[in-house]
Design a protein around this ligand. Sequence first.
Ligand code: GSH
Length: 281
Amino acid sequence: NTVDAAEDHQNESKWTLYQYATCPFCCKVRSFLDYYGVDYEIVEVNPVSRKEIKFSEYRKVPFLTSKEHQLNGSSLICSVLKTQLITESEVSKILTYYPILENEDGKKKSFDYQNIYNVMYETGIGKEAHDKVRDEMKWRRWVDEVFVHTLSPNIYRTWGESLQAMEYITKVGNFSDFERTLIYYSGAVAMYLIGKRLKHRHHLRNEVRESLYEETYRWLKAVGKNPYQGGDQPNMADLNMYGVLSAIEGYDAFSDLLQNTNIGPWYQRMKTKVKNKDGIQ
Ligand code: GSH
């Protein structure tokens, strides 16, 4: 009957998010889905065995699956779903705008999705809208390529902070009891060291808090006098920035950030918007 058919259709289009709860890219996807009221289930992946994602050729999280589709990577997920909300097209049609390039250097094969920061609008847009769209894309890329790299070195900055992070990660993550105890200490040591390596790789300042504050100021300048980077309402850049930043809420790095910059009011506005699912039309 029609009720069953409607339910079937709903189940078919229902998404499952494969994630690590504390990963900034996964937090970014959740805030996007929540803001727009997209229905989804979560599979918390065990970071040690990763048995939940054995079926997938794509080896990272986050990715999103439905009966028919798999969307890989946080930015592709946001762009495809936003395009779907605007155009109401089929996901399979939308995916043709995000072709995959295969890179083969030596033995190693890798795949790159193209256009991941593009939301596909059905119609042409005017000059003013064009500038806004270009800015939005620019800042989304900046979140992924610059801002997110300030986070790990900051949450694993000292032994104490590294333990603080591991306490939370092992609490909310999918670990066995044995893994939990083991990872708490060994993870804290490993991440402290990895944090130092990442600091050099991404050319952060020696005092990594300074880089966190500087980049946050860069963002606040882009927001300007408006409540959001998108103007009166959040755009995808606001949502993505909020999402990755929410990954460190609760850590010392976050309270220091609130004390040393004026990101607080913007962050609080975004938190309310996402909580209220304000993106639902
Ligand atoms: N560009 C990807 C995105 O935006 O989704 C990055 C995702 C990513 O780096 N995910 C990490 C991962 O799965 C977790 S935070 N790394 C591979 C692994 O854990 O083996």
